[in-house]
Write a protein that binds this ligand. Structure first.
Ligand SMILES: NC(=O)c1ccc[n+]([C@@H]2O[C@H](COP(=O)([O-])OP(=O)(O)OC[C@H]3O[C@@H](n4cnc5c(N)ncnc54)[C@H](O)[C@@H]3O)[C@@H](O)[C@H]2O)c1
Length: 364
């Protein structure tokens, strides 16, 4: 049997805990053997809670990256720190999984690409919603041509962020350090607002569906127009809490992304809807509905699964990519296109016009 992948976890906040649970669920294929957080208390608390006290705690990133007994890092840091951590990890020869968004600027995107290529390491971004079972099945059906030629894809990532409004910690008993929401209110460290943070999930889901619908043709967004607004999260102003984004793909497919922290607490019926010449699909975390034109009633599949399992399957996929040469679903290319789409949407809202999107994903 192959030895477990030894993982250094960087960032012991909310997502640090979620990822640590996901690594534990993937044992014995991988395990967290080291942790670094600028809050030593948080690093130690995570080690105790999630690794039975076994993982080593480092006091700086350089120390963790110099550890020869670490094969890969898992980066769960605030947004403005992603690029530097990925580049340093690659330069130290560590494979890297990094939370979304991959980084904040096109310059950072290019630096990550260079560092990953030069080091020959495996890099993946944490696009956990790609691992929702109904979405995986929908993408398989689109690839098989079930809907015929696809015309329209809609991706919804909406909810009400009352937790952030009330400054509630999403992790129980997290030792005191900067609150999970504090850096999100700083546009420099956040790099945007709701569209860049939660809207990022809806954006990569839209791109993933379009890629599956286009078969061998490498589809990509070619035009974007967006409207932003702030309806609930006053503390984010002038940043948005809601965005509506229209996307035209090279294939002719129209895409719509709706994302919000201001909508109701009740989850929307669908996270995605796809319309094609032969019928339509709609899905969420547990359900997928397919209706071909002419059917008297739709076919429905239901999975016994939960959103939390998307993080577990994301780690499983990272291990499959590393250990079994699986093609990474959340590659640099996929992440770069996602950031490009979001930056184009911000520019569209600012300049109040349609923004053309260049072929090179690290430019706009
Ligand atoms: N996929 C998802 O569903 C999802 C959900 C929430 C957050 N995220 C992403 O996870 C990442 C982390 O977000 P979070 O909510 O866990 O934030 P958080 O604030 O809860 O955790 C960040 C941790 O990083 C530590 N930290 C800050 N600066 C550091 C530094 N220079 N070096 C080392 N540690 C440092 C903090 O002490 C904190 O413990 C973000 O990219 C965010 O977008 C993803």
């Amino acid at each position: 049997m192959t030895a477990p992948l030894r993982v250094g976890l960087i960032g012991a906040g909310w997502m640090g805990h979620v990822h640590a649970q996901s690594w534990a669920a993937n044992a014995p294929r991988g395990e967290i053997t080291a942790v670094f957080d600028t809050s030593d208390d948080r690093a130690r608390a995570l080690v105790d809670a999630r690794t039975n006290g076994r993982a080593r705690v480092y006091k700086d990133l350089g120390g963790l990256l110099a550890d020869a007994e670490i094969d890969a890092v898992d980066i769960c840091l605030p947004h403005h720190l992603h690029a530097d951590a990925i580049v340093r990890a690659a330069s130290a020869g560590k494979h890297a999984l990094c939370e979304k968004p991959i980084c904040l600027t096109f310059e950072e995107l290019r630096a990550i690409r260079r560092a990953v290529d030069d080091a020959g390491i495996t890099f993946m971004t944490a696009h956990n919603n790609l691992f929702a079972l109904p979405l995986i099945e929908a993408r398989r059906m689109l690839g098989d041509g079930t809907l015929g030629r696809v015309m329209h894809i809609r991706s919804n990532e909406v909810g009400r962020n009352s937790g952030m409004r009330q400054r509630r910690s999403p992790v129980a008993h997290l030792p005191a350090a900067e609150a999970t929401y504090a850096w999100r209110l700083d546009p420099v460290r956040m790099g945007g607002a709701e569209l860049l943070d939660t809207g990022y999930h809806g954006a990569y889901r839209l791109l993933g569906l379009a890629a599956s619908a286009s078969g061998d043709f490498e589809d990509r967004p070619i035009e974007v127009v967006a409207m932003l607004g702030n309806y609930y999260m006053e503390e984010l102003r002038p940043g948005e809490d809601t965005a509506s984004v229209l996307v035209r793909f090279a294939s002719g497919v129209q895409g719509v992304l709706v994302t919000s922290w201001a909508f109701g607490d009740v989850a929307p019926a669908w996270q995605f809807e796809v319309a094609g010449h032969l019928g339509s699909l709609a899905g969420n975390v547990t359900r997928l509905v397919h209706a071909a034109h002419g059917w008297s009633s739709p076919a429905e599949r239901v999975w016994q699964t939960a959103h939390s399992e998307t993080y577990t399957r994301e780690v499983t996929h990272f291990l499959d990519v590393l250990r079994e040469d699986a093609a990474p679903l959340a590659s640099w290319q996929h992440a770069a296109r996602t950031l490009q789409l979001i930056r184009a949407a911000y520019r569209s809202a600012e300049e109040r016009r349609i923004i053309p999107i260049p072929e090179d994903p690290a430019t706009l």
